[in-house]
Design a binder for this molecule. Structure first.
Ligand SMILES: [Zn+2]
Ligand SMILES: [Zn+2]
Length: 187
């Protein structure tokens, strides 16, 4: 069974007024969602600070155009040294949401597109929860690195080179020098 993304109250917007208004109508809101609320969107999330952002809705002829921009932070594991670290995520998306009910007649609308996450419900609630979950995934680095100069783990002894030094690296260099020495002496 597919798990449904929970709907977060702070990411739900009633767009009835916008749908009743003229094409081109605009609504803008500041968006704040607590870290523990955002964590509910996906089991894999470890959000560390509240989401702060801004959303803009524009009434198009048959849809609501949505633009969101915001930031939050997640806890990730460094791909080099395996230490946990906090990564700032810049979130931005543009989506087109489809009403499921005709605001004037109250009748169901046939054309709601093919993405259930982009359907405005029968109570004219536009829910950004699933789209936000996807945006958070997309904003995460493919290979998380705690800092650009992370020294990583020693492949020989497993020591975290950011915190401790080991002699393995020196031995490797010594071995390379020895090879070079041999080359030179064979000349
Ligand atoms: Zn690292
Ligand atoms: Zn080592």
């Amino acid at each position: 069974m597919v798990e449904l993304t929970p709907s977060l109250f702070d990411l739900q917007f009633n767009v009835a007024g916008l749908l009743k208004g003229p094409v081109g109508g605009l609504r803008e809101y500041d968006v704040t969602v607590a870290a523990e609320e955002l964590d509910r969107l996906d089991e894999a999330f470890h959000i560390t600070v509240p989401l702060n952002g801004h959303v803009r809705f524009i009434r198009a002829s048959n849809t609501i155009l949505t633009h969101f921009r915001g930031t939050t932070s997640v806890l990730l594991e460094c791909g080099r040294c395996l230490d946990p670290f906090e990564a700032v995520l810049e979130l931005e998306f543009e989506e087109e949401f489809h009403p499921s009910i005709d605001i004037v007649t109250g009748r169901p609308l046939a054309d709601v597109g093919d993405d259930a996450a982009l359907v405005i419900d029968a109570h004219h609630i536009l829910d950004l929860s699933e789209i936000m979950r996807q945006a958070i995934w997309l904003a995460m680095p493919l290979i998380p690195i705690c800092r650009p100069d992370c020294a990583g783990l020693c492949p020989v002894c497993g020591a975290n080179r950011n915190h401790e030094s080991c002699t393995c690296e020196l031995d490797e260099i010594d071995a390379r020098w020895a090879n070079l020495q041999r080359l030179i002496s064979n000349w």
